[in-house]
Design a protein around this ligand. Structure first.
Ligand code: BGC
Length: 756
């Protein structure tokens, strides 16, 4: 292709331009043969290719492909290097079948464990989700294929997903629902991005100028093209004007005609359409150029990678000692998931793989002697008395009973939210019965999201495999038998019960509006703020070895607005086997300054996974800037950190902090403050610009006033609160005419002080 994109746009007719802004079919953009513009082929999805077979007219009839751990599992690796490798492999495979853009990663925030699509998403924490997304995107794109982070934005439920209005305040949007996309864009530089179905504060994501243009392009510098989720377009003309470039999968020409009409009628500037076409063509041509590079795709090697990624994603959430299993033990596997594990979710991310085996088959291939009882089926909640009793009796005779449990496919899928957080009763009942007769009971979980585990305290060990992809059987085997050491961490809190979850009262809303009333208190932010007990906390995960932290040091103990500090800590593998630790860094605001909307007790701001041989020690470092201390202040319409003391907490999980290091933040930035006669003294005394004059006024007017009128009749704290609450005008009641006279001048001084 010799013509530039600019020349092509000039040569296109209005109809061709409108046509280029929607798909030719489910998986392709349109070609314009007379100008040599090729079609671009896109394909799901986040954890494996879902590419339609050539010759098939069913968009869901996919070629065989490698199925990697789904987002829920990949996130548990806590390792962007791993999502990067997943992305590289996916990119290679995509190019080998002519796919130019892979529709992933899916990075919506896990607001409720009930979201039917949580299995595809990464985390309840935007920082973790963003770092993992950036790794994935870099990986895919390093192979000459585009990535497509989705679904932008605030798409955290499946109930009425095509119209539901996610309603939230500005801080919540900025602090929780946007940062993963920001990191994906800034660090990953994706070729494309997919908008979500839902509305955000009343406007469809597919026509949301603030999201698609002001934030995405103007603020974050996104240069690729945006596409709609499949069928997410409401008003096509408004969408193009807002910054939605490509409609997928198209509308049989209906919406293209509307674009043409709007340009002709003068309601859509042709230059706006040209921009959309330019952005699409930039990528179409880039993909066509790169498609010429040879594609090396080795299915065998990629299966091995899928196994390895699954091993690194398994989370050992409990272990009193039943794991790892030992050769020579009498082990019984129970539950149909041992043969037919769940390893991916239903819907658009479904990969057609023939290569998944269960842990029982993996054990058989390795010649392990394992007995088996089905106990319960994998696809429904049905108790068979004979199967149940046989499982209990085999468990009783064994040294260890491993129960493979999980959510049947019908419990968890794109398109529908879960109604409860329970495993099927037949599974819960059998686990409880087995645990009653066998102290070495191990539960392996195959779920895409947290489930209630009423038996958790009664079993010896729990290994959460999430939905681990086609390597599930081999990886589970290796982790159970200690050939791999678990190193996954929970990318989300596992609550004790559904009723404890932050949005329990509001999820999924009334079918029209989903009110995000919990605000920024999502996931651990909520459980920590309320100091609630949880089943397993965010960041938790055990190992067959132990890790010791020591010598945490900061290169300077004060941080400024433009500066940075580096925190270093030594971590040692104190056990007898090799393992990997995920060092987590949480920042806590200890300034005591009020935060509108509430203070979040701690926020994840860094994590690093380090493999360590027995006895080996390494140094891990994190560099922080003021940005890591800030919350979004809606009055300021900007990120802000108050001056004062912060804590840098280094830990093994959000609830296993090993070392805390204080950090002083110095800033001359202030929040906007309006002073009038009704401003409480507490606010004025807490602000270094106004504290001096107010204090002087109090001192000049004697004891009664300094006591806030309490006259020593109240406890000191109550008196302090009285003073804190008193408005400026109240001073007149205690200081009389003298104060009344001085008040206008004081007000003037204070106003000037807060303006400068
Ligand atoms: C999903 C997207 C997916 C698309 C194409 C939609 O229903 O929400 O995530 O990429 O279908 O399969």
């Amino acid at each position: 292709m010799t013509a530039t994109v600019e020349e092509l746009v000039r040569s296109l007719t209005l109809e061709e331009k409108a046509g280029l802004c929607s798909g030719a079919d489910f998986w392709h953009t349109k070609a314009v043969e007379r100008l040599g513009i090729p079609a671009l082929k896109v394909s799901d999805g986040p954890h494996g290719l879902r590419t339609q077979k050539s010759g098939s007219d069913n968009p869901n009839d996919s070629i065989e492909a490698v199925c990697y751990p789904a987002g829920c599992a990949a996130a548990a690796s806590f390792d962007p290097a791993l999502t990067r490798r997943l992305g590289e492999a996916l990119g290679r495979e995509a190019r080998s079948v002519g796919v130019g853009v892979v529709l992933g990663p899916a990075i919506n925030i896990k607001r409720s464990p009930l979201c039917g699509r949580n299995f595809e998403y990464y985390s309840e924490d935007p920082f973790l989700a963003g770092e993992l997304a950036a790794g994935f995107i870099q990986g895919v794109q390093s192979e000459g294929v585009g990535a497509c982070p989705k679904h932008f934005a605030a798409n955290s439920q499946e109930t009425r997903r095509m119209t539901a209005n996610s309603r939230m305040d500005a801080r919540t949007l900025q602090e929780i629902y946007l940062p993963a996309f920001e990191a994906a864009v800034r660090e990953g530089d994706p070729w494309t991005l997919m908008c979500s179905y839902n509305r955000v504060n009343g406007t469809y994501a597919s026509e949301h100028t603030q999201l698609l243009t002001e934030i995405l392009r103007d603020r974050w510098g996104f240069t690729g093209f945006t596409m709609s989720d499949w069928g997410a377009v409401n008003d096509r003309v408004r969408g193009v004007a807002a910054g939605l470039d490509l409609e997928m999968p198209g509308s049989g020409g209906v919406n293209d005609a509307k674009l043409v009409e709007a340009v002709r009628a003068g309601t859509l500037d042709e230059a706006v359409l040209d921009k959309a076409v330019t952005r699409i063509l930039n990528i179409v041509l880039r993909a066509a150029d790169l498609a010429a590079r040879p594609a090396v795709f080795d299915k065998g090697a990629d299966h091995a990678l899928a196994v390895q990624l699954a091993k690194e994603s398994g989370v050992l959430v409990r272990n009193l000692g039943a794991l790892p299993l030992q050769e020579g033990q009498n082990v019984v596997y129970i539950g149909a998931f041992a043969d037919a594990p769940r390893y991916q979710g239903g819907g658009s991310s479904h990969v057609n793989t023939p290569a998944a085996i269960g842990a029982r088959e993996a054990a058989r291939r390795l010649g392990r002697q394992v007995r088996y009882a089905e106990g319960f089926p994998a696809d429904r909640d049905q108790r068979d008395e004979q199967a149940f009793l046989r499982a209990v009796s085999l468990a009783e005779e064994a040294d260890v009973a491993v129960i493979f449990a999980g959510l049947p496919e019908v419990f968890e899928s794109e398109g529908a939210d879960r109604r409860h957080m329970r495993l099927p009763d037949c599974q819960n009942n059998l686990i409880a019965r087995v645990a009653a007769v066998q102290k070495n009971t191990v539960v392996v979980l195959h779920t895409g999201a947290p489930v209630e585990c009423p038996w958790a305290e009664d079993v010896s060990a729990v290994l959460c495999m999430y939905l681990a992809g086609e390597g599930v059987g081999e990886a589970t085997d290796a982790l159970l038998w200690g050939e791999a050491n678990p190193s996954g961490r929970l990318p989300e809190t596992w609550p004790l019960r559904l009723e404890d979850t932050p949005c329990y009262l509001d999820y999924p809303g009334d079918g029209i509006t989903a009110d995000y009333r919990e605000g920024v208190f999502v996931g651990y932010r909520w459980y920590d703020a309320r100091r609630m007990p949880v089943r397993w906390p965010f960041g938790h995960g055990m190992s067959y070895t132990g890790f010791v932290y020591r010598n945490a040091t900061l290169d300077r103990d004060t941080l400024t607005e433009d500066g940075s500090v580096t925190l270093r800590v030594k971590v040692r593998n104190s056990g007898a086997v090799a393992g990997a630790e995920v060092v987590q860094l949480y920042v806590s605001d200890a300034t005591g300054c009020p935060v509108p909307g509430g203070r979040v007790p701690q926020v994840l701001r860094g994590f690093q996974k380090v493999p360590l041989a027995p006895g080996q020690e390494c140094e891990v470092s994190f560099t922080l800037t003021a940005r890591d201390l800030r919350y979004y202040n809606a009055d300021l319409q900007d990120w802000y950190a108050a001056p004062g003391r912060y804590e840098l907490r280094l830990g093994h999980s959000s609830r296993d902090i090993r070392i805390t290091v204080p950090l002083q933040f110095v800033t001359s930035r202030h929040l906007p403050l309006t002073v009038d006669e009704n401003t409480p003294l507490g606010i004025l005394l807490a602000d270094d610009r106004t504290a001096g004059p107010v204090r002087r006024m109090l001192e000049a007017n004697g004891q009664a006033m300094a006591n806030g009128g309490g006259d020593g009749l109240m406890p000191p704290d109550a008196m302090a609160q009285m003073l804190d609450a008193m408005p400026l005008r109240g001073l007149v009641n205690f200081g009389g005419p003298q104060v009344a006279e001085a008040l206008p001048a004081l007000l003037e001084t204070l106003r000037r002080a807060v303006q400068s």
